[in-house]
Design a protein around this ligand. Structure first.
Ligand code: HPA
Ligand code: ZN
Length: 341
């Protein structure tokens, strides 16, 4: 497909974002603005010098900078502005549903109250629902480099706001922090009605994906690239209809793959895995949903049908009701059926 046409096609697809860390949507311009009003001095003296630091050779190098950036977030207004900026940005890309992660411990460990964080995020999400027609789910992630005991404290703190929280996830430094470390807190989270997902097989081995499935009982795997190392696991993912929320630009930026041409999404689609494409930390990795679709399609020569399938898979894998899924999938199909390239 001609590249200009490809861009135009992708722009118009109604899309669902299922793997997005709200702290990872923190654009440098907004970061400097909030730092200034909170009287916090960033280690970098300009937007440009900060952006120059966005060169990572692995997940940890990224996380180190990501946690520094989040330190300027102090007040409800800050979390609101961060979330609202993200929603207006993705609205311009025709994203109609978001399931977003936030990392409470990144903030509560600095003395910022859980309520401050979630009130800001929730108010922006509600405004997005009313004014931009973006439906949403909210996922609280436990930081896996911290202890399970700390995760239990976070679960406890979340209960006051459980009506606003749909699920829990597991993120941060993967290697050396297997899903098994969080078995009990995931079980307790499920008892409180939270749905379960976990990052696994991004940098960590295929065993971590098995653990996420068998010990944590997750309904989706975030990333999961490494599943290609294990044919039995692929069969399990297909049989149980477990989605993999893949993040192509993130994978290139964090050297999970060498180049986009090596991305596993096409192989996984062709095997029949419920693979989806998302943006992870768009302010750090060079793009939001459209850019992820575009760069992947270009490198792997995806067809219109592949793109249609990816868009449908994301609604299929979402936590929307069946009626809402059907409605969104129809609008994806209508869009592709009437598209004249
Ligand atoms: N992996 C693990 N933890 C994260 C990520 C990621 O890509 N982004 C934000 N926290
Ligand atoms: Zn992620």
């Amino acid at each position: 497909m001609e590249l200009l046409k490809l861009k135009e096609l992708i722009q118009g697809i109604p899309k669902a974002e299922l793997h997005l860390h709200i702290e990872g949507s923190f654009e440098p311009e907004l970061m400097f603005e909030i730092a200034k009003r909170n009287n916090i001095k960033l280690e970098y003296d300009s937007v440009d010098s900060l952006k120059k630091a966005y060169k990572f050779s692995n997940l940890q190098e990224f996380l180190d900078i990501y946690y520094i950036g989040a330190q300027v977030l102090l007040h409800e207004q800050d979390f609101y502005d961060l979330t609202w900026a993200y929603l207006t940005k993705v609205h311009s890309q025709n994203v109609v549903h978001v399931e977003l992660f936030f990392d409470p411990q990144t903030h509560t460990d600095r003395g910022v109250d859980f309520g401050v964080v979630i009130n800001g995020i929730y108010k922006a999400l509600e405004k997005g629902r009313q004014e931009l027609n973006i439906s949403y789910k909210l996922i609280m992630s436990y930081l896996r480099h911290l202890s399970e005991e700390e995760a239990f404290k976070t679960l406890e703190a979340s209960l006051l706001y459980s009506d606003w929280i749909d699920g829990v996830g597991l993120d941060s430094s993967e290697k050396g922090n297997p899903p098994s470390k969080f078995e009990r807190v995931f079980e307790a989270s499920a008892k409180h009605g939270y749905s379960l997902v976990a990052h696994a097989g991004e940098e960590g081995p295929v065993e971590y994906i098995w653990e996420a499935l068998n010990l944590l009982n997750v309904v989706r795997i975030d990333h999961g690239n490494r599943c290609l190392d294990d044919e039995a696991l692929i069969q399990e993912l297909i049989e149980k209809n477990i989605a993999l929320t893949l993040c192509p630009l993130s994978n290139v930026a964090l050297k999970v793959i060498h180049k986009m041409e090596d991305h596993p999404v096409l192989t996984l689609l062709e095997k029949g895995v419920l693979a989806t494409i998302h943006s992870d930390d768009p302010a750090y990795f060079g793009g939001y949903m459209n850019e992820n679709y575009y760069e992947t399609a270009r490198a792997l020569h995806l067809t219109e049908n592949h793109l249609r399938q990816l868009a449908i898979n994301a609604f299929e894998a979402s936590w929307l009701s069946q009626a809402e899924k059907d409605k969104n999938i129809s609008s994806v199909n209508n869009y592709f059926d009437s598209y004249i390239g």
